[in-house]
Write a protein that binds this ligand. Structure first.
Ligand SMILES: Cc1cc2nc3c(=O)[nH]c(=O)nc-3n(C[C@H](O)[C@H](O)[C@H](O)COP(=O)(O)O)c2cc1C
Length: 415
């Protein structure tokens, strides 16, 4: 008997060799590309979204722009890409090829119809091509066809109707991919469940505007003088993805398995999504930035993490943080703390003093002779804002300790 890999996991009754997939996008556009990703170690793919051929897909040019923050490239990525540029039959042939040559890997077709008939046609053809599962794209924020993409997530009855159409047409599991651009992601999720969805994936891109060219006054990407609020992805959206996944995981009425997406680049990101309730995860921008090879470090890091925590199975990670994610009204306010300075390692830059003066409790004074902060613990708010700007980070110079004291109230300026 072959030994089961600790990274293997079951999702919607399908065995995954590991939980890490490519998400639907240009990184999952052809069989040749996906085959290389499988060889690098990805456990599965959600193939680039397909529509029926009657829907012409001519993309704006350019279709993406990078959001760089200071020296950090691709902190985020903005795109206006819609469905696959390739003919429907070529995509089906490619997915069939992938299943034939990599039978141990999971192939999920991502579909987008613009009518019930189209959803049915796409679903049946994909099932016939041998894919393991379907993802229904109810979430692209920049579709040009009215009543499609994220507009479906916002009209809950459409979510139910299209999901039910696909449910009636095929036997394989189906997953609804939802938008974060909505007040409560659990609303469309509930309708997807009523329509017969077996799982939810979240999130698709966040609607954003990454910047304006100061000479031409045009948003980026600049498509010959015009730009649009469109799909924003990458590390900058991870907090939004984690929030959405954990909200879905906390919804006991939903009770569906989750696939987590948004800003994943490292094994830490993957574990965080799993701790928040995702059974599988999906990646695009991380691959755009670094290539398929990122999966090697991810799988190695996950393996070490599991060993360190005495976990035998990746499934044991899923949802472990969910009970600790509470409303802010559930915090224990009887416990308070302050920041602690390891001044032997201080470089005297004064950043902590400036931020404490300008944005916190003014508990620091500045010893100009020795170039060191001087702390009055009784005045510290314990907000830790000083630690966010301290450049000595590894290990951090400023840490936190609990104290037995009441929080300080800042007195009025004059009495
Ligand atoms: C250029 C580009 C094209 C995308 N195309 C699709 C698509 O066809 N279908 C889909 O469901 N999501 C699409 N996405 C969204 C991704 O699958 C993913 O949900 C999103 O990028 C967040 O993940 P990330 O931060 O790892 O990129 C696209 C994203 C990008 C950047």
């Amino acid at each position: 008997m072959t030994k089961r890999s600790p990274l293997s996991i079951e999702f919607c009754g399908i065995a995954f060799e590991n939980p890490v997939m490519l998400s639907s996008s240009p990184v999952s556009n052809t069989a040749e590309m996906v085959g290389r990703a499988f060889d690098a170690g990805f456990g599965g793919v959600v193939y680039k979204s397909i529509g029926v051929d009657s829907v012409e897909s001519i993309h704006p040019s350019p279709r993406m722009a990078s959001y760089d923050y200071h020296d950090s490239q691709l902190t985020g990525l903005q795109n206006v890409e819609q469905l696959s540029d390739r003919p429907f039959k070529d995509n089906l042939a490619d997915m069939k090829f992938l299943k034939r040559h990599w039978p141990g890997k999971v192939v999920i077709a991502s579909l987008m119809g613009f009518s019930a008939d189209q959803w049915r046609e796409l679903a049946v053809a994909s099932e016939d091509a041998g894919v393991d599962m379907l993802e229904l794209n109810f979430s692209c924020p920049h579709m040009t066809v009215e009543g499609s993409g994220m507009e479906v997530s916002r009209v809950h009855t459409l979510v139910e109707q299209f999901t039910a159409t696909v449910r009636e047409a095929v036997k394989i599991p189906i997953m609804a991919k939802l938008t974060p651009n909505i007040t409560d992601i659990n609303e469309p999720a509930g309708y997807a469940k009523r329509g017969g969805a077996d799982a939810i994936s979240a999130v698709n891109t966040v609607a954003g505007l990454i910047g304006i060219d100061l000479d031409g006054f045009v948003p980026r990407p600049n498509v010959f003088g015009k730009g649009a609020a469109a799909g924003y992805s990458g590390p900058a959206i991870k907090p939004i993805g984690l929030r959405c996944v954990s909200q879905l995981a906390q919804n006991n009425d939903l009770g569906l398995p989750l696939s987590g997406i948004g800003g994943i680049e490292t094994w830490v990101d993957v574990i965080e999504y799993m701790l928040c309730g995702a059974t599988t995860v999906q990646i695009t921008t991380g691959v755009i930035h670094y290539g398929y090879r990122i999966v090697e470090d991810i799988l190695e890091g996950m393996t070490y993490f599991m060993k360190d925590h005495g976990l035998d199975s990746a499934g044991d990670i899923v949802g472990k943080a969910v009970p600790n994610i509470v409303g802010t009204d559930a915090f224990d306010l009887s416990r308070q703390g302050v920041s602690v300075y390891d001044l032997d390692r201080c470089i005297g830059c004064g950043q902590c003093y400036i931020v404490c003066q300008d944005a916190a409790g003014q508990c620091l004074t500045w010893d100009g002779q020795n170039r060191r902060p001087v702390m009055d613990e009784a005045k510290c708010l314990g907000c830790m804002i000083c630690s966010f700007v301290c450049p000595v980070a590894n290990p951090p110079l400023i840490t936190y300790k609990e104290i037995k004291a009441k929080p300080r109230i800042i007195p009025p300026v004059s009495k």
